[in-house]
Design a protein around this ligand. Sequence first.
Ligand code: UTP
Length: 232
Amino acid sequence: MKKLVVKLGGSLLFDDDGNINADRIKGFAEILVELKNKDGYLPIVVVGGGVIARKYISISRKFHASETFNDELGIEVSRINARLLMAALGEEAFPDIPKNVKEVAKAFESQKIVVMGGTEPGHSTNAVAALMADYFRAEMLINATSVDGVYTSPPKKDLKAKKLDEVSIEKLKELMLTSGVRAGEYELFDLVAISIVERAKIITKIINGKNPENILKAIRGEKIGTSVIFSD
Ligand code: UTP
């Protein structure tokens, strides 16, 4: 089966008031099953840590824990978030969280949808998604976030920010240089993720995942979100 990597931003699992959005999680599960059964893709889904990870990390940092310790906290939270999606997928999901590429390869043998969170300290779940997309030669990497795509500047801070339909990998790198490098502070992409996307030239789309249907649209070639383009 064709492989596909979907990164779900942790924030997508929650409403703005912090409550878990069960309907949206169910929506993701339904779309993933449709992708498998109708479109013939075997998805691997990487779920982010979102606001819960950031809350844990900020308190842990107050206790002077190391950044690596804080990364590990973030990883644990991303795996808890992943388990929620696993629950919504029921029998369709591989029933454990893989922690590295070898475990993902093993999980794929089941032909079930694979759901995971982070892997190692030092990068974001976007980097994990990029690594998986490269390793398993995925047809596409879909990065579902809470914004419509990549903007000329951070849309939450700059009202004049414009969404880009396409972004070159060089421009994406430039835009992400302002992103934090500490635990819980990465913006859309961290530099590790960008390097992996760049060296493997992974077909990557950044879309708004608040509506789970957008994932289907992106894969079916509708004009949505921002596509990353490479110079050759
Ligand atoms: P995320 O990558 O999910 O960060 O992991 P995020 O910025 O909250 O992303 P969204 O909003 O959910 O998409 C949370 C934190 O966990 C650590 C990092 O500190 C990251 O900021 N982490 C995650 C790792 O150290 N390694 C991983 O493989 C994944």
